[in-house]
Design a binder for this molecule. Sequence first.
Ligand code: HEC
Length: 173
Amino acid sequence: MNKIIVSIVLAVFLVLGINKIADSIFYVEKLEKSAYQVESVTTVASTASAEASSQTGNIMAIFASTSVAEGAKVFTKCAACHSIAEGGKNKIGPALWGVLGRQAGSLPDYKYSKAMAAHGKKWSFEEMNGFLIKPKDWIKGTKMSYAGLKSEKERAAVILYMNENTNNPLPLQ
Ligand code: HEC
């Protein structure tokens, strides 16, 4: 652990040092060298995040670039048909409090389409993402007459928002 910290500190000093030399002497060669150093640091960072996203699935990787507040804005597109608050009533569509992790089509007091009732899957992040792209393609015969959210970022935001409106949020990693 100590060795790692020492080598990180040394690496930082090295980069700073090269920058300083480059700044004061203005040798093109030196500048190229320091630019290369910085680039190699960002390459390492992006490799790490690519690894993370292949482990957790795509939509979870998008969560980091959006927020619950963005999701609340996106949800205004759903609010005509869905309540989201705890204890909210069914409207044209079923109440969505606690929907993530819930079995699709499983609220006892809502009359789902046959297709939704028979879907047989739990609402995971990936399942919800697939459904929201184009509901009628994901569950043929659903009566949710909504075209879908084309923007991946909007889908991630609204999923993040739904995952806040529950007693049992799904783990974000
Ligand atoms: C025009 C009304 C309408 C809009 C707008 C709408 N929905 Fe729906 N939604 C429905 C209906 C109706 C159902 C029931 C579908 C069925 O039974 O096939 C439903 C079902 C769902 C379900 C399944 C819930 C369960 O209990 O299994 C989810 C999740 C959902 N909608 C999310 C959304 C989100 C998120 C948005 C906004 C991006 C949205 N809906 C917009 C009408 C709508």
